[in-house]
Design a protein around this ligand. Structure first.
Ligand code: UN1
Length: 490
């Protein structure tokens, strides 16, 4: 996996190997820009070609192993990942800055996902339908789609690849995986766990490289039958356009601009805690992060006071420090984008209540931005419209649930939304009228469970869902089989 030069290799056909390009991409620690964590391959299209060819060849072997046995490979991978949770979490924290407690939680989430899909190998893969010909047996059988391309982001470097790989594998597909290069080392550690679990060579392949080369090449490749992508809307649209050209299935999970509504009957302590956590946890680098709070005007001042007090208690710092609540932004580019949005907020007339500038002093070497909260924000301001992907929250006033829902829906995104209320009628109105794939009543906008479908409406996704039984739709295709008994002559 690793050479002397702290260089992590690609994994193709069961072997670790360098790219033919001879060049690598440096991975930096965002908590300390002087620290190079390691290097990953800057692969070229020949590397990709080899990986896709071997995944295609191995499909015949993998799909002919029973799904129960495929499940056993996933069980083994789960056990290995669990044993290595600390080691993998440590590298993920170094690569993208998320605090160690959260990266460790992410490895354990990966373990739970693997165990869920391992069991899937023993569940139903088709159904029996009534036939209009009474002696016939009419059945459906789910079969693998083929070679699956996986393009995953840096913000959940463990859970997202696993929630794509586990269902792809249990249903009999082979994989070419291209992780975000910022977290290419964590990806190598995950792949090592799959390898050590004994997967046949060629089933799982890892090709590190730039999105513009390997991500694009994977989306364009005629032998890739399905492509699962999580990341930005602009890249997602390119992936979809490329997949469409050669008739591949595609699944996109993209941005969010997730609102919370705080009604006058809400438990304000609870609502403020989950609003702050939702906005600031993981430095706001979650597509499910809370970014707009619509607050009933009668409790606005009180709620604002509690939110500001809670935000002031959050400690920002190196993810390995015990009492830190959140770490740096994942890269310089990410910090510049977030600071740019904060400046835009000020320019457009919003009032800054706390935060707002990258941190100086001891933390100057990293990409640290403190909890940042604005008020006097209007719907047409950039910070109310665009996904920021940083620890930034906008507070806005509403005076009815109808107004709140209308404002919450006034966005191109539709991933997650929450309402804080103790009134069941208001909760039902929200469930019915909010235009998001994930709906929370008195809960945080973020979070996902392996057994439940995850995904958004509107521009947040390609309308497909990941995880749970929803993954079966994407990672399988179907045969409708009619068995006609031949009439006996006697
Ligand atoms: C979560 O909120 O725990 O990239 C999951 C993201 C989402 C996953 C969020 N696809 O942030």
């Amino acid at each position: 996996m690793l050479t002397n030069n702290n260089e992590y290799l690609n994994f193709v056909n069961g072997k670790w190997q360098p790219s033919r390009s001879g060049s690598t991409i440096e991975v930096f620690n965002p908590a300390n820009r002087d620290e190079v964590v390691g290097r990953v391959q800057a692969s070229n299209l020949e590397d990709l070609e080899e990986a896709v060819a071997i995944a295609k060849e191995t499909l015949q072997i993998w799909k002919n192993i029973s799904s129960v046995d495929r499940g056993n490979f996933l069980h083994k991978t789960a056990d290995i990942l669990e044993e290595r949770a600390d080691e993998i979490a440590e590298i993920a924290t170094k690569e993208m800055g998320k605090i160690f407690r959260d990266t460790k939680g992410e490895v354990l989430r990966g373990v739970a996902i693997l165990r869920y899909y391992a069991q899937e190998g023993m569940r139903q893969m088709g159904e029996v339908l009534p036939s209009s010909h009474k002696s016939n047996l009419l059945i459906t059988k789910r079969v693998p789609v083929g070679v699956v391309g996986i393009i995953s982001p840096w913000n959940f470097p463990i859970a997202i690849p696993i929630w794509k790989m586990a269902p792809a594998l249990i249903y009999g597909n082979t994989i070419v995986f291209k992780p975000a290069s910022e977290t290419g080392i964590t990806a190598a550690k995950i792949i090592q766990a799959f390898h050590d679990a004994g997967f046949p060579a060629g089933v799982v392949n890892l090709v590190n490289g730039r999105g513009s080369v390997i991500g694009q090449g994977l989306s364009d490749h005629p032998d890739v039958q399905a492509i699962s992508f999580t990341g930005s809307n602009s890249v997602g649209n390119q992936v979809a356009a490329s997949a469409l050209k050669h008739g591949a299935k595609f699944q996109l999970e993209m941005g969010g601009k997730n609102p919370v509504i705080i009604m006058d009957d809400a438990d304000l302590e609870h609502a403020a805690e989950l609003t702050v956590q939702g906005a600031m946890k993981q430095t706001g680098q979650r597509c499910t992060a809370t970014s707009r709070a619509y607050i009933h005007e009668s409790i606005y001042d009180e709620f604002k006071k509690i939110v500001l007090q809670k935000a002031s208690l959050l400690k920002v710092g190196n993810g390995f420090d015990q009492n830190v609540d959140f770490g740096p932004l994942a890269s310089k580019q990410q910090m510049n984008t977030v600071v740019g949005y904060i400046e835009k907020g000020l320019e457009e007339g919003a009032t800054l209540l706390c935060g707002g500038e990258s941190l100086k002093g001891d933390l100057e070497k990293g990409y640290f931005v403190p909890p940042t909260i604005f008020e006097n924000v209007t719907q047409d301001m950039t910070i109310a419209k665009e996904e920021i992907f940083g620890p930034v929250l906008a507070l806005m006033k509403i005076n009815s649930i109808e107004e709140a829902i209308e404002m919450a829906n006034d966005t191109k995104y539709g991933l997650s939304a929450s309402i804080f209320t103790n009134d069941i009628t208001r909760a039902f109105t929200f469930i019915n009228d909010i235009e998001t794939g994930l709906v929370q009543i008195n809960g945080e906008t973020g979070g996902a469970e392996p057994q439940a479908p995850f995904g958004g409406m509107k521009d947040s996704s390609s309308q497909s869902r990941e995880q749970g039984q929803a993954a079966k739709e994407f990672y399988t295709t179907m045969k409708t089989i009619t068995i006609t008994p031949v009439p006996s002559n006697g």
